[in-house]
Write a protein that binds this ligand. Structure first.
Ligand SMILES: N[C@@H](CCC(=O)N[C@@H](CS)C(=O)NCC(=O)O)C(=O)O
Length: 232
């Protein structure tokens, strides 16, 4: 049994960032599915803000994906997932922060919830939420496309860093929506990057682990219509 445990629910984008980083680093870890316990006492003891993922390593408990990713990268062996130079590490953090501020909210929280999560629960999508999200997503994709076109295969340089692992699950969720798949058609550098990322053994392994849960109703998300859905 491993002394590393990752808590979360399988289709969570942030949980999958943590899974990708752990897998890319070759860390032997156990996944604890909290889907049936979200918001209940064990979960809230692990995460005071009612979110996932949470990492446990022996006595260490951490929440917030950026903190988990840096801890895993620096605590365990294997090739570093952070650039050597100060400036490039700053660029990596710029991407991680941009993901949380400009990509994840509109792509995962708004578009994917309305197009994938709610319909799977029999809840009608709110088209206003989709309509507000789409121009924000278009802008975010332009920025990513431009960066990749000017770069050497990955967001920073010619090898994947934490920045790429942070962006991948959100971009995958975008590709599963009709609007996202159409928008990505016009973004060849992002598509090529997604294929490059998808060919990494770590990404293939995590995707195979998550595949059985894709498209299944996420029962605890029923309440998100009241707690998470913006009202315009
Ligand atoms: N800032 C947090 C965000 C984590 C987050 O929003 N996780 C989502 C899943 S992708 C979650 O816990 N959702 C459950 C909920 O909002 O009730 C992090 O970086 O870990």
């Amino acid at each position: 049994m491993s002394d590393v445990i990752l808590y979360g629910f399988p289709i969570s984008t942030y949980v999958n960032v943590a899974r990708l980083v752990l897998t890319q680093k070759g860390v032997d870890y156990e996944f604890c599915n909290l889907a049936a316990e979200m918001g209940q006492s064990r979960h809230l003891k692990l995460h005071p803000f009612n979110r996932v993922p949470i990492l446990q390593h022996g006595d260490v408990e951490l929440y917030e994906t950026a903190a988990i990713a840096i801890y895993v990268d620096e605590q365990f062996g294997g090739a570093s997932l952070q650039p050597d130079s100060t400036l490039l590490r700053a660029r990596m953090h710029q991407w991680i922060s941009a993901l949380s501020s400009y990509y994840y909210p509109y792509i995962a929280f708004h578009l994917s919830h309305e197009r994938l999560i709610y319909p799977n629960l029999g809840i009608a999508p709110d088209e206003k939420v989709v309509a507000v999200a789409l121009p924000k997503i278009a802008r975010a994709l332009e920025v990513m496309e431009r960066t990749l076109q000017a770069g050497s295969g990955f967001l920073i340089g010619d090898r994947p860093t934490l920045a790429d692992f942070f962006l991948l699950p959100t971009m995958t969720s975008l590709s599963l929506t009709p609007e996202g798949s159409q928008m990505l058609n016009g973004k060849p550098a992002i598509v090529a990057w997604s294929q490059r990322m998808g060919a990494l053994p770590s990404v293939m392994k995590v995707r195979a682990e998550v595949a059985p849960f894709i498209g299944k109703p996420l029962e605890h998300a029923r309440t998100w219509v009241d707690t998470h859905r913006p009202r315009y």
